[in-house]
Design a binder for this molecule. Structure first.
Ligand SMILES: NC(=O)c1ccc[n+]([C@@H]2O[C@H](COP(=O)([O-])OP(=O)(O)OC[C@H]3O[C@@H](n4cnc5c(N)ncnc54)[C@H](OP(=O)(O)O)[C@@H]3O)[C@@H](O)[C@H]2O)c1
Length: 217
């Protein structure tokens, strides 16, 4: 069950960031992001033990972690895995002792960690049990993630605009991923989180956007 999904919002040029933050503020897309990454769906088979908190994992680069306003991090009800080459990154941080926060020194190590928490042994001291795994950015981590055979889906919020960005999502190879047609993307998302998702073109704050799904070929 090591497979993971990427969640990203990008403009027409696949721009995703500007000056270390998001180039837009889309309340609906933020709510969609929170829902798809937080919702623990019953049919995700894991060896659930009642004493453990069962949550999805969000793997992110250190810069993306730092881009989340302090009052919103760690992301609630999710296991936050920060990827940094500095093994001491968390040492002087208040999150160090938070069971919902962990550090990994490579993307592979992050996947190893969350995979081990998907079916923790009965003797494991972890208070967390991981259901689904998401890679939530930024560009450096997406670059590794899209090339991984373990990446099963890319949930792309496609913003129909050209926005000033300095950070970009990598090319999505058509030989590796297929874009599901609009109605199929919508049906997939509703099945994935087992609740209604707004379909078609959504308008907010002068932007038009749509939730789309790429599936590994
Ligand atoms: N639109 C969206 O959906 C979306 C989503 C997420 C982020 N963003 C945006 O993307 C931007 C941030 O992206 P970014 O590419 O600059 O940074 P990033 O990928 O979030 O983080 C980069 C950092 O991750 C660590 N890292 C990267 N590769 C690693 C590896 N192989 N092994 C160990 N550590 C590794 C390094 O941390 P150390 O330097 O500590 O070693 C590196 O500096 C921001 O503007 C953010 O707002 C947009």
């Amino acid at each position: 069950m090591r497979s993971f999904s990427i969640v990203v919002a990008a403009d027409r040029a696949m721009g995703i960031g500007k000056n270390g933050g998001l180039p837009w503020r889309l309340r609906k897309d933020m709510a969609f992001f929170a829902k798809i990454t937080s919702k623990v769906v019953a049919d995700v088979v894991v060896s659930h033990e009642a004493s453990r908190q069962r949550v999805n994992a969000c793997i992110m680069g250190r810069k993306t972690w730092e881009s989340i306003p302090k009052k919103f991090r760690p992301l609630t009800d999710r296991f936050n895995v920060i990827v940094s080459r500095d093994p001491h990154y968390l040492d002087d941080k208040p999150e160090k002792s938070n069971p919902l926060v962990a550090l990994a020194t490579s993307f592979e190590a992050a996947l190893d960690l969350v995979e081990s928490l998907q079916s923790p042994t009965t003797t494991s001291s972890s208070s967390i049990e991981v259901a689904r795994i998401f890679l939530i950015g930024g560009a450096q981590l997406y670059n590794e993630g899209v090339r991984s055979k373990d990446c099963s889906h890319i949930f792309l919020t496609r913003i129909d605009a050209t926005v000033d960005c300095d950070t970009f999502f990598p090319e999505i190879s058509p030989t590796e991923y297929a874009l599901l047609p609009s109605a199929q993307s919508h049906a997939f998302l509703e099945e994935f989180i087992k609740e209604p998702v707004e379909g078609g073109v959504i308008e907010e704050g002068g932007y038009q956007f749509e939730y789309t799904v790429y599936s590994r070929v």
